[in-house]
Unconditional design. Sequence first.
Length: 306
Amino acid sequence: MPEEQCHLFDPSSIPIGEKKLELKTAEAPVWTENKAQLIQRYLRYFVFITKHGTYLDAFSAPQSPDHADVSCAAKLVLESDPKWFRNFALFDLSKPGIAFLQNLATANTVTKRTIHVIQGDSNVELPAFLAKNPIPEKEATFCLLDQRTFECDWQTVVEVAKHKKTGNKIEVFYFLAQGWLDRSIAALGNPEVDLLKWWGNDDWKVLAKMPGSERGIYLAERFKKEFGYRYAYAFAIYQRDGIDAGKVMFWMIHASDHEEAPKLMMRAYRNVVAPLEPIEQLKMEFGADAASTTANGSVATANPQR
Ligand SMILES: C[S@@+](CC[C@H](N)C(=O)[O-])C[C@H]1O[C@@H](n2cnc3c(N)ncnc32)[C@H](O)[C@@H]1O
């Protein structure tokens, strides 16, 4: 049984009267090998609300190329049905990784879909891409920041979170290493410089000193305070096997302005390895045919209870 639990309840972000949002992640843990399926499943639910979308993935090459069919988030999102996401921008440093992503883009047969594959440091390339290709305020947009440890500069998070000016902010899935964070900090030759770039200020020292079980919530709070996200939660991702079995390896911070987002992420978390619900079922549940999009990309649905 995993040793750490995560109770997702933050009174400041839950409208009064709404059912308490609580998820004991250790009771049905998401394992590291299922983290891409978590993203895919969540976005599959969400697209029934938005019926369109842009997916940005800053560290998108498959970590396990031999298991990319089940573990590469970019591949899973591209292949997810219904194929209503219109725009993709996939970044990575790795040349073989980029070749893999280019093959995915070449194999695309979905009409009216644009897939950009960009090689380079995403801390440079992603902000440059957004500057060149501003995201329309009404476009539902999601950004996966699946770094291994310290690869994602805080300034990149800032560029993503502050990109939209009036609509719902770009929704973020940010991976914070937990299982090896202390070892990785200890191994840095110049932590003051490297971690200032990664964390954006000296509070990495506060993070480093606090118990691992509190770090996810600490960072989730930062997304709310620093950028004004309406919701931000930390979801535990656990190690299944080996000497670290049962330990939290990552915290996935999910930050969104959309009121359906926390509920849908909890649903995706609970069901991550269950067979996907049929499209017809989700259409009925989400009232997709009856949904009407509001000015900032959020949606009024026939059935708000998920
Ligand atoms: C944890 S893996 C990503 C796994 C992937 N999201 C998946 O679902 O399989 C991290 C990736 O980041 C890439 N990477 C590391 N530093 C980078 C940087 N500065 N810019 C872009 N990519 C980087 C690595 O090449 C690696 O493919």
